[in-house]
Every structure is written in structure tokens, then in C-alpha cells.
Ligand binder design. Structure first.
Ligand code: FAD
Length: 321
């Protein structure tokens, strides 16, 4: 039997999230020449099918319903399970996002399947694939192999490179009609906090501040630097607890996990709980007054100094480029 992989695409405000393309790349590796079927769930999302195909999906199934306009685990699990029952794949791939983390255990338990969550790398392909995921707050990695049953994985954003977009690719798009019933939650309105627009979990550059930033105003130069680099601002829990910024910016064990190309940590001591959320960043730059700060142990580049002097200098330098 040839492999078939179902991959859930994620849409936010009418736009496909990058993690969807990364999940397709992972699915290709798992399918090992078999078929990758993209799943689009929502209300008014079908027009995005072509983009999934351009990034490597062989076919797309859409489920549209007014109750699917906003994510609820009830609604999306009914829609996804209907596609699953139609397609009978050997593997399922989700992004390890807030949505994926909420939905994947629910679907896996309904399918009586195991779940390999937060995969950062896949070695090999097809049934021989080995899934690598961080454990113990990122201090170690474990390798997991699937011996039997459905392969069900969630992939951490920013780790598996998407395939190159090819607008010449073609594939079938079909609509599946699903009756969405007995919803326990109906979302009437979504009120979003205003942000700069770059999603922290998917940002290629993160400028994060800690208690050393000292105030909400202290975050302004960090925001300027992030804007200049097309990145997002993040924070330590110390900064969030001190009310310098919103908890939605918290990075770490009990916050968001980020893996940007560049992570700039300013005024952050580098507690183990913070490292759990950022130590897999590709390049880490630490700015701290204390040369003994733990953050320097994971930093690729360390600047011992006052962040209020260093950040404006960095802004000047980047502006001059
Ligand atoms: P501090 O440890 O106070 O460090 C501030 C740093 O700023 C110092 O190193 C200081 O030298 C430097 N500094 C001060 N002024 C300047 C300046 N002008 N210029 C440059 N440097 C300066 N923390 C997280 O971040 N994320 C989590 O998800 C998280 N989860 C947790 C879960 C649990 C169960 C527990 C117990 C703790 C958790 N924590 C988490 C908290 C964590 O243990 C630390 O308390 C927290 O990360 C410290 O934040 P900080 O580095 O900003 O503050």
C-alpha cells in the first residue's frame, strides 16, 4: 500500500501560515513518494488550495462551514475526522502551534493513535523515518520510530524548511460537505491585541527583553530594532511578571517556543525555563551587564554592556546598512 499523508493547513486572517508549508515538506518526507493531501478547514478558505499545491501538496480537500470561520476544537475535529474517514491516510501532520497543540491530542485519541509532538527534524523517510523531538525542556533530544498504526506528528514552526514554491504545480481540489453539529463553543467575536503583525512563533528575528529592560517604555528600543529587522518582540517571564509587557510575549517553558534565525536577548539572565523556549534558535546574541549571566552559555555572540547603550548602537548600525 502506498503512503498517503494528510496535512492540516492553518489559516489566520485569510492567509496561510508558514507552518503549513513546513508541515507539507515534512509530509513529503513521510509519504516517501506517496500522496500528500492538504486539508483546508474554515469559511471562505478554498481559494488558498492552489498555494498549498504550489508548496508541494498533491491534492487538497476543503471543508467549508460558517461554524468553522473561527477555530474551535469541536468544529475542527468534526471536519478533520470527516476528511480522515474519507481519505484513510497512514499519516497525519499538524503544525505544533496553539491550534495544533489543542487539536492533535483530541484527534489522536479519537483515532486511538499515538502522537509524536513537537518534532524538529525527521531522519530518513517513509516507514523508516525517525522523528526527533526535544525533551527535558530542550536539554536532550529523543528519537522516535513508529512501529505500528497511524503516524501522527506535529512539527515545530521554523525547523523544517518548506519546499520551494512552484506555481506551475497542479493538483485536484475537492470540497467535502460536513454537517457541524452539537458545538459546545460558538465564537461570536475575536478581539485581537494590536501587534506589529509579525507572529512571534514564526518570526525569523526575535528581539526579547527581560527584567533588565526595567519598564514598559524600556521595550520601545527593542520594538524599534525588531521592526527594523522585520522581526517580533518577545520577553522573559520576569518582564511579563513585572508588567513591562503582555504575557502573550512570554518565551519559555510556560510561554511560547521560538526557533528564529536570530534571537537577541536583552537584559535576560538565562534561567533554564527561559532557555527551554529559545535555545534552539539558530544564532543567539545576548546583551547583559553581568558577564557571568547564564544566557552567555547558550549565546553565539555575547555583548557585555548596558542594553540601553547597545540597542541604540545596533539600531544605528542596521539603519546604516
Ligand atoms: P532576571 O533573572 O532578573 O534577569 C535580569 C537580567 O538583566 C540580569 O541578568 C541582569 O544582569 C540583566 N540586566 C539588568 N539591567 C541591565 C541592563 N541595563 N543592560 C543589560 N542587562 C541588564 N521564565 C521565562 O522567561 N519563561 C518561562 O516560560 C518561564 N517559566 C517558568 C516556569 C516555572 C515553573 C518557574 C518556576 C519559572 C519560570 N520562569 C520562566 C521564570 C524563570 O525562572 C526566571 O525567573 C525568569 O526567566 C527571569 O527573567 P529575567 O531573565 O528577565 O530576569
Amino acid at each position: 500500500m502506498s503512503n498517503k499523508v494528510l496535512v492540516l493547513a492553518e489559516v489566520r486572517e485569510g492567509v496561510l501560515r508558514n507552518v503549513s508549508f513546513e508541515a507539507i515538506a515534512a509530509s513529503k518526507q513521510i509519504a516517501d513518494g506517496g500522496e500528500v493531501v492538504g486539508v483546508l478547514i474554515g469559511d471562505g478558505v478554498s481559494q488558498l488550495a492552489g498555494e498549498l499545491i504550489a508548496y508541494g501538496a498533491d491534492r487538497v480537500v476543503t471543508v467549508e462551514h460558517p461554524h468553522l470561520k473561527t477555530y474551535t476544537s469541536d468544529g475542527f475535529s468534526q471536519a478533520f475526522l470527516a476528511v480522515y474517514n474519507q481519505e484513510k491516510p497512514n499519516a497525519v501532520v499538524f503544525g505544533h502551534t496553539s491550534l495544533g497543540k489543542d487539536l492533535s491530542p483530541k484527534i489522536a485519541s479519537k483515532l486511538q493513535s499515538g502522537l509524536i509532538s513537537d518534532v524538529t527534524e525527521i531522519e530518513g523517510s517513509g516507514s523508516a523515518a525517525v522523528y526527533i523531538r526535544p525533551i527535558y525542556s530542550g536539554k536532550a533530544f529523543e528519537k522516535v520510530k513508529v512501529k505500528e498504526g497511524i503516524t501522527f506528528v506535529t512539527v515545530r514552526p521554523n525547523n523544517i524548511a518548506p519546499l520551494t514554491k512552484d506555481t506551475g504545480r497542479t493538483g485536484a481540489v475537492s470540497a467535502l460537505s460536513v454537517e457541524i453539529t452539537n458545538l459546545r463553543t460558538i465564537i461570536k467575536e475575536v478581539v485581537r491585541k494590536s501587534t506589529t503583525g509579525v507572529d512571534l512563533s514564526e518570526a525569523k528575528v526575535v528581539v526579547a527583553g527581560g527584567r533588565g529592560v526595567k519598564s514598559a517604555e524600556g521595550f520601545e528600543p527593542l520594538q524599534q530594532l525588531a521592526d527594523l529587522l522585520g522581526g517580533a518582540v518577545g520577553a522573559s517571564r520576569g518582564a511579563c511578571d513585572a508588567d513591562y509587557c503582555d504575557y502573550s510575549l512570554q518565551i519559555g517553558q510556560t510561554g511560547k517556543v521560538v526557533t528564529p534565525d536570530l534571537y537577541i536577548a536583552a537584559g535576560i539572565s538565562g534561567a533554564i525555563q527561559h532557555l527551554a523556549g529559545m535555545s534552539n534558535s539558530k544564532v543567539i546574541v545576548a546583551i547583559n551587564k553581568d558577564p557571568e549571566a547564564n544566557i552567555f552559555k547558550v549565546a553565539d555572540y555575547g555583548i557585555v554592556g548596558d542594553l540601553f547603550e547597545v540597542i541604540p548602537l545596533l539600531i544605528e548600525e542596521f539603519k546604516a546598512l
